[in-house]
Design a protein around this ligand. Sequence first.
Ligand SMILES: [Zn+2]
Ligand SMILES: [Zn+2]
Length: 268
Amino acid sequence: MPESVYGIYRIPIERVNGNSYLVVRGDEVIVVDTGIPGNAERIIGEVGALGPGRRISAIILTHYHLDHSGSAADLRAATGAKVYVHEADAPFVSGERRPPLPPSVPKETLDAYSQMRPVRPDVVLRDGDVVFGFRVIHVPGHTPGSIALHDGRALFAGDNVNVRDGSIVGSPAPYDWDSSMAKESLGRLLSLEFDVLLPGHGPPVIGDAAAKARSALKVRTLGLRALTLSAPAAARESRSAPNVIRIIRYYKAQSQPLPVSNERGGDI
Ligand SMILES: [Zn+2]
Ligand SMILES: [Zn+2]
């Protein structure tokens, strides 16, 4: 049985110190990242261990890299789950385009991509979309279509934030498609509030995670105003006081009523 926090279960991926996560919504299970190829059966086994009647309905990929999307094709074939990926990374997951890996990537890694089983995404994501109660935040840099998922309490950071040897670190520079863009995206990401950080690699940070990440990474954070929030997404932004005030201002300016329902659902 994997570890869990806020109903999010972590499946550590061996060899790459990576992660696949399970988000439970009643009988539905959403898989965030699938690990390297060869992990589909294991993920299905972990879902089975959560109890009878659970089914994997969606696979969300934080980016196209093989250590995150590598088991997506097998998992989809075995479960019929829909695959979600940002539009800018979709052509690399589907095999329509060659991955734009930087020259600093080792040759063995490049070779591994030629063996990768492509999968056609069912749902193409954009910044501000809300899926299963999580807002999609487009954070280009590590890859063109890297995303994070945020619900006000938890942040799935993809490879933009990792935990290595007990320290919170940024994206791995040799694998970054555009390092300066990755830094800018990191600043945007760390302007959010979240209690739990679910990194692309390494164990989760639980409790006051946003403050811990800001202090460890010392990046210049951008204010919430710099975020490209859609109105419904803004309402789901962190409930900390300054953000709520901004959200109320936003809705007043738009002359729209504040939505009263919280669509987060489940126990997350
Ligand atoms: Zn990556
Ligand atoms: Zn990775």
